[in-house]
Write a protein that binds this ligand. Structure first.
Ligand SMILES: NC(=O)N[C@@H](CC(=O)O)C(=O)O
Ligand SMILES: [Zn+2]
Ligand SMILES: [Zn+2]
Length: 346
């Protein structure tokens, strides 16, 4: 059995770093293992303009501890008022790597997102022309659509029409949770990619709801039934080029998770690489872990993979803190529910 595994340094293609004290607390958890990350713009207020993105990038770099290397790949939060000229300039200067689409009301801090998709056609035309990817939170918000169906309906009713109306538009379906999404990406051309989170490979809706509600497993899109989880594990461990890691590590303080109306998000930055190694080992796919964490993402974004490497070593169960201090209170680290044997060497 393999006891040691060396990979190109991984990147995280979907990450929430927040701001202020929380940013300071969670940034080292990602920078310890990841070289780069696509930084989600759903702050309060959101990162809407290129000026917002430049200022946020500077705050991230200022929060990075001495001696740690990390490159934030910035995104703009798409609104109905987004100016195509600002997007074009932010892309041309290298400031942004993607634009993020939140349907209004779909998830945490999405109130400024898009209600009328007609209003973003000009920006999408511009993005198709310049090859700038659109990252999507792929859920419809219509109240009559069941929460477990919101991703599949989004594909049919929103995403597929957008892709047909804007041929050549590069789209990343973020944090996919269904076999419908796996199939849609698999059947599409190379302009469509998808990120898969660590936690959606590990939990299904039973983990969330059986034997008591587990608020730390509540995220959006919500975990689906086990057959969908299997499809995600199959896609991630297949090595297929258009599936790559986006942890969606999304810290909320415990007081807001363990609440009558708890926030959505799983905080996985701390132990993601150990959890993924365990998942890939169980699938006899350790030889494809590097593709998922370190090669497929850069290839989709037309970036070179990292030159540096990390090494994981198999041994006695790994210990990691159950919580980290988030500044305004503790943040619970994702508990995969099984022992982890792969340690990332310092
Ligand atoms: N995934 C989540 O459940 N939460 C994310 C928002 C998002 O990525 O949809 C957050 O910002 O907390
Ligand atoms: Zn989302
Ligand atoms: Zn997210």
């Amino acid at each position: 059995m393999t006891q040691s595994l060396t990979l190109r340094r991984p990147d995280d293609w979907h990450l929430h770093l927040r701001d202020g004290a929380m940013l300071k607390a969670v940034l080292p958890e990602s920078a310890r293992h990841f070289a780069r990350a696509i930084i989600m713009p759903n702050l309060v207020p959101p990162v809407v303009t290129s000026a917002d993105a430049a200022a946020y990038r500077d705050r991230i770099m200022a929060a990075l501890p001495e001696g740690m290397a990390f490159r934030p790949l910035m995104t703009l939060y798409l609104t109905e008022e987004t100016d195509p000229a600002d997007v074009r300039a932010a892309h041309a200067s290298g400031l942004i790597t993607a634009v993020k689409l939140y349907p209004a009301g779909a998830t945490t801090n999405s109130a400024s997102g898009v209600r009328d998709f007609e209003k973003i056609r000009g920006v999408l035309d511009c993005m198709a022309e310049i090859g700038l990817p659109l990252c999507t939170h792929g859920e419809v918000t219509a109240p009559e659509v069941d929460i477990f169906d919101r991703e599949a309906v989004f594909i049919d009713k929103v995403l597929d029409p957008i892709r047909r109306a804007h041929p050549g538009l590069r789209v990343v379906m973020e944090h996919i949770t269904t076999s419908d999404a796996v199939d849609y990406v698999t059947d599409a051309d190379e302009n469509l990619g998808a990120t898969i989170t660590t936690h959606h490979l590990v939990i299904n809706r039973n983990h969330l709801l059986v034997g008591g509600i587990r608020p730390h497993y509540y995220c959006l899109p919500v975990a689906k039934r086990a057959t969908h989880q299997r499809a995600l594990v199959k896609a991630a461990t297949s090595g297929a080029a258009r599936f790559f890691l986006g942890t969606d590590s999304a810290p909320h303080v415990d007081a807001l998770k363990e609440h009558a109306c708890g926030c959505a998000g799983c905080f996985t930055a701390t132990n993601t690489m150990s959890v993924l190694a365990e998942v890939f080992e169980r699938e006899n796919a350790l030889d494809r872990l590097e593709a998922f964490t370190s090669l497929n993402g850069p290839a989709y974004y037309f970036l070179a993979p990292n030159e540096e490497t990390i090494t994981l070593t198999r041994g006695d169960p790994v210990t990691y803190p159950a919580k980290i201090e988030g500044g305004d209170g503790p943040v619970t680290v994702f508990d995969p529910g099984f022992p982890l044997h792969w340690r990332v060497d310092a």
